[in-house]
Write a protein that binds this ligand. Structure first.
Ligand code: SF4
Ligand code: SF4
Length: 680
């Protein structure tokens, strides 16, 4: 048959490409799905947790403009260039393939061309950050692997541009050449070649592009840069409840003896599935580490290294655990502490939430840390000696100071404060908190709050001895059982007196009663004293007319600001004080730096590095301020300690004390006093 001798080779060559592609896709896809299945099984090792109230979009990607833009360009570049991947694969089977509706359109060509270049620019930015700037936050990250991945992405973009350029030279370009200006600018490289050579390079770049994409697909799930696929689902399942709320632990006392009760995270299997998904999602960007007060003051805790170490451990023990679970066998348990995360690291955390605020992929570091603390305290009775004193005081006296409950209202003597012994609460119940009841410096805040409320004519009462510690220190040190006992008793008391509105001056009480008591049946309207004061001033019930001549730097307490989003009310009140000028601390609002007291660290010694309160006090002094403003008794105590250590060159005042002086509600209406003497 004429021509039949040439038909077979043409047919063979037209089949080799598709067949090779099918084999390559099967190999890369097989590697990818095998690993994806394994990673899914690892996550299934975790404990259940309800995360159905989901969120969309990467809200925090652009928090740091430069690196955020770089990541956004790469992410959106990949989304746009999915169209080129579809085209490249389909064209192996059918050279004239076009995506239905918009394939071969001029605008698609322009968008693809532009994003190829933008991604290359983003890679340049990434290299600049890593190789030139070398920020400290990358310490401990796997940078060589990141370089390799950037090189792969660069290769994918470059082969795409050269593929399009070769097609323009061949005259088989999909979009008009003028609409793909970058590819068009490269095309002259091929124009001097013969048609066969142009065809060769067109195929070469097509296959290089395809193989790089498949290599990328197979490599990433095995690399530490798994986050490329997992960070979006992790953001999707992020906590939508208040950041300051901790997940309650179900403790069934009847099962304690059977040893079948999980008291926090002793092993990796005790973490929840979301905590395990967090581990896959870490980009190793180190933003969390760069803001962590513990890391910044020379302590071993790095939230990034906690996540990375837990992830490495999961990858190491995961296959054995999955196999044992499928075979119904027991395996030897490897403890997380100290094998994977040292005890000291777990205790260093002040639960300030700075790491979670910064993390672009919504990793919830505090959950991991508190779960490990729960196991150390309740499962193993292993904790710093000072924590033992704190817990004993809470158990025996229902307050961290170990003072008798009968003395709880002593601070209010001579102030004519109604103590609610029985009956119903008036409009406001003033929840004083333990610091405001027992610490001499913090008592001055309680007294200032009372005088201001009386001056504004607000009906209120206190609970006196019936108010117990809200439980925050017990919960955050890891004793969930003791916390739940205190929480249930307080919810019962508040319900009995029919509390409707509760005003607090302690952000830890605020966070616990507002965000955590609902888990125990207590739903109350809780306001911080700065919010109530702001509202009273707006209503004209308080008129700050007395001058307070200070230059004041306001310090955002972590549990008021980052954990509960209250930044404006204290500033608004301070802004109404005649004579008072304000200066912002370098680290303020969402980026505020902890005073060192959160996470029950108020009662623990800092054995390593610089004291956190000193670091913050020095920051305030550097602004030239004459006073530091606070809205939290813990902050007042810690920063006043810092100010004393620095020779009292700066005062520390709660917003209530400043307002008390300005409204003439103080003893003489004069300038606000410095915080009083320390309580041992
Ligand atoms: S909560 Fe604060 S102290 Fe704890 S790891 Fe995060 S940044 Fe560090
Ligand atoms: S935990 Fe979040 S902020 Fe920290 S290194 Fe990982 S991705 Fe970055």
């Amino acid at each position: 048959m004429p021509g039949s001798s040439g038909f077979a080779p043409v047919l063979a060559s037209s089949l080799i490409g598709p067949a090779f592609l099918l084999v390559a896709v099967a190999v890369a896809g097989g590697i990818f799905f095998r690993r994806a299945q394994q990673l899914y099984r690892f996550v299934r090792l975790g404990q259940p947790v309800d995360r159905l109230d989901v969120v969309l979009a990467q809200r925090k990607l652009l928090q740091r403009p430069g690196p955020g833009l770089m990541h956004a360009l790469i992410f959106w570049g990949f989304i746009v260039l999915l169209t080129t991947i579809v085209e490249a694969f389909a064209e192996v089977f059918q050279p004239s393939f076009a995506i239905p509706l918009f394939g071969r359109s001029a605008w698609l060509g322009l968008v693809q061309d532009a994003f190829s270049v933008l991604v290359i620019i983003a890679i340049g930015m990434a290299l600049y950050y890593r190789k030139v700037q070398r920020p400290e936050r990358f310490k401990g990250s796997h940078l060589e692997e990141a370089d390799f991945i950037l090189a792969m992405i660069f290769g994918i973009m470059l082969t795409l541009l050269f593929l399009n350029a070769a097609r323009i030279a061949l005259g088989i370009n999909e979009s008009p050449a003028a609409w793909t200006p970058v590819s068009n600018a490269i095309a002259p490289l091929f124009r001097h070649m013969g048609h066969d050579a142009q065809g060769f390079f067109e195929r070469l770049f097509l296959w290089a592009h395809i193989l790089l994409i498949l290599g990328f697909l197979a490599y990433i799930p095995y690399s530490k840069h798994l986050h490329i696929f997992v960070s979006e689902p992790n953001v999707f399942f992020a906590n939508t409840k208040a950041r300051g709320r901790l997940r309650p632990l179900h403790i069934d006392l009847d099962q304690l003896d059977s040893g079948d009760v999980r008291l926090g995270a002793a092993t990796v299997e005790d973490l929840t599935w979301k905590e395990l998904l967090d581990l896959y999602s870490c980009t190793e960007c180190g933003r969390c580490q760069s803001v962590c007060p513990a890391w910044n003051t020379g302590k071993p805790l790095s939230p990034k290294l906690i996540v990375m170490n837990l992830r490495d451990h999961l990858f190491e023990v995961g296959p054995g655990l999955v196999a044992a679970r499928r075979a119904g066998q027991e395996t030897e348990k490897q403890p997380l502490n100290p094998d994977v995360v040292e005890d000291e690291v777990v205790w260093d955390c002040v639960t300030c939430g700075a790491c979670m605020q910064e993390c672009p992929v919504d990793i919830e570091h505090i959950d991991h840390i508190v779960d490990m603390r729960r196991n150390l305290v309740m499962g193993e009775s292993r904790f710093p000696a000072e924590a033992g004193t704190l817990l004993r005081n809470l158990e025996s006296s229902s307050n961290p100071w170990g003072q008798p409950q009968s003395a709880r209202a002593d601070w209010a003597k001579d102030l004519e404060v109604p103590v609610l012994e029985d009956g119903q609460a008036p409009e406001y119940l003033y929840w004083v908190g333990c610091a405001g009841s027992f610490d001499d410096r913090a008592k001055k805040i309680s007294q200032a709050v009372v005088r201001v409320l009386q001056r504004a004519g607000v009906p209120f009462a206190i609970l006196g001895p019936r108010e117990l510690c809200n439980g925050d220190p017990a919960r955050r040190i890891g004793n969930e059982y003791l916390y739940q006992e205190l929480a249930r008793q307080n919810v019962k008391t508040l319900t009995e007196i029919g509390a409707r509105k509760i005003v607090v001056n302690c952000p830890h009480c605020f966070n616990t009663i507002r965000n955590e008591y609902p888990d125990f049946g207590g739903r109350f309207e809780v306001v911080h004293h700065t919010e109530l004061f702001e509202s009273l001033i707006r209503q004209g019930r308080l008129q700050p007319t007395g001058e307070v001549r200070e230059l004041l730097a306001y310090h955002d307490p972590c549990y008021l600001g980052r954990h509960n989003g209250i930044y404006d009310a204290p500033r608004s009140v301070l802004g109404q004080i005649p004579g008072l000028s304000s200066v912002e601390l370098p680290r303020h609002r969402e980026r505020s730096f902890c005073c060192g007291a959160g996470g029950a660290r108020m009662w623990l010694e800092e054995h390593l590095g610089k004291r956190i309160n000193l670091e913050r006090t020095e920051e305030a002094i550097s602004t030239g301020a004459s006073a530091m403003g606070v809205a939290c008794p813990y902050c007042l105590i810690m920063l006043d300690d810092g100010a004393r250590a620095k020779g009292e060159v700066i005062k520390v005042l709660d917003v209530a004390q400043v307002l008390e002086a300005a409204t003439g509600a103080g003893a003489d209406g004069g300038p606000p006093p410095a915080a009083g003497p320390s309580t041992p």
